[in-house]
Design a protein around this ligand. Structure first.
Ligand SMILES: [Zn+2]
Length: 210
């Protein structure tokens, strides 16, 4: 590289650096303008009464997953606070159906065949398997995640929470959080608005019921 080449190289390098710093500043300013919304979540690890289908997850690892999922959701100014974390022992037939992807026996058996301690505004269930998928959102306040997803752990959790906050699937851009089956993490401005509105609504509804 001659002297001119070196000069052009460094000019491009400096320009890129300035542009990068500029872009980052804008993002941070945007986030700073958002009042943070904090949503309580209860986290459950599902065990089998017979032991065979028990989840391999641990409290410590799941707390790490939530720390990382919170980083993804920080772009929307939303944070998930673990209010409870613990294990539930399920009747084997209910867990077997769940690991095959059928969560209906779980929903109907709840409060009858097994109890959920400390349910919260959002409830996350971690199970050894859930059929062929990484995660499933159910009703408006719960989701299930498999022990061995095809994408990053925090991404599955962050994606399923997106469904609970009213977001549907993205279809064109694999870099987006709501695209199915990728490690994308981006939320659009419209998605952030929808998620924040739904998060506020969930908080208001819960407090009024109390
Ligand atoms: Zn999905």
């Amino acid at each position: 590289m001659n002297l001119c080449g070196v000069f052009v190289f460094f000019t491009v390098l400096t320009l890129s650096a300035v542009l990068c710093i500029g872009a980052e500043t804008v993002t941070k300013t945007d986030n700073a303008l958002l009042p943070y919304i904090s949503l309580p979540i209860s986290v459950y690890i599902l065990d089998d009464r017979n032991g065979e289908l028990s989840s391999t997850r641990t409290n410590e690892k799941l707390i790490e997953v939530f720390d990382k999922a919170n980083l993804i959701w920080s772009q929307a100014g939303i944070k998930f606070e673990i209010k409870y974390i613990g294990r539930i022992v399920l009747p084997s037939n209910i867990l077997k159906e769940l690991t095959n992807g059928n969560y209906n026996p779980f929903l109907t058996g709840m409060d009858h065949e097994f109890q959920i301690s400390n349910p919260s505004l959002l409830n996350a269930f971690y199970t050894s398997s859930i059929g062929q998928v990484n995660g499933i959102a159910a009703r408006s306040n719960m989701f299930f995640v498999t022990d061995f997803p095809s994408v990053r752990h925090e991404r599955v959790t962050a994606h399923e929470i997106g469904h609970l906050l009213g977001l549907g699937h993205a279809h064109r851009d694999t870099a987006r959080l709501m695209y199915s089956g990728t490690n994308g993490t981006i939320l659009t401005k419209e998605e952030i608005k929808t998620a924040r509105n739904n998060a506020k609504h969930k908080l208001n509804t819960t407090y009024h019921q109390d």
